[in-house]
Design a protein around this ligand. Sequence first.
Ligand SMILES: [Fe+2]
Length: 227
Amino acid sequence: MKRSFINKIVDEAIEFSKSLHMTLPKFAYISAEDWKKADQDSWAEVFDLELGWDVTDYGSDDFYKSGTCLFTLRNGSLKDERYNKPYAEKMMIIEDGQVLPYHFHTYKMEDILNRGGGTLCIKCYWATEDDKLDTERPVEITFDSQKVVFKPGDVIRIPVGSGVTLPPRLYHSIWAEDGKVMSWEVSKVNDDHTDNTYLAGCPRFSEIDEDEPMKWCLCNEYDKVRK
Ligand SMILES: [Fe+2]
């Protein structure tokens, strides 16, 4: 992905959240240049837990086909005792027609919510012991805390205000219909480096082509601004 494209996507994410009257934490609006001048010791939690912006195309080279723009508001750590917060919260903006590829989490349980925009759609399959899709086992999940049973691969449509709870080892692919979606994730601690298993084995973070200066520092590249 080009840096100019990442800069534009984060600008658009800020505008989209404003249009839905959602104000993000202070560190969402700190530019790469301002991070360099900031009191960095006081922001150690943001750096250490990789909170903040994340733009990925999962290595597809086509963000609008497969990708998303995320912002991690809070998180804990499974290995660092200084950060024993047991939960995480993320904003996830999904463009109309954009798909997040099938993956499951070994540790994390997550609620995926629709906070505004179009319809959030999701398909689920249990993972088999060898990490393939289980096309037989019914998918029992809670939808707005109501128990619902879906057939594997059924399209689950989540309107604005609603959400589903996804347990570990449940493969899920997510996309948006009828407009861009402001999706939200409330979960156990999130570790994108170790806890995601992708069915197609795609990378979680994208290669960046530095075609213009970095405006927004992504969550996995704070070493570029940290002193
Ligand atoms: Fe997930």
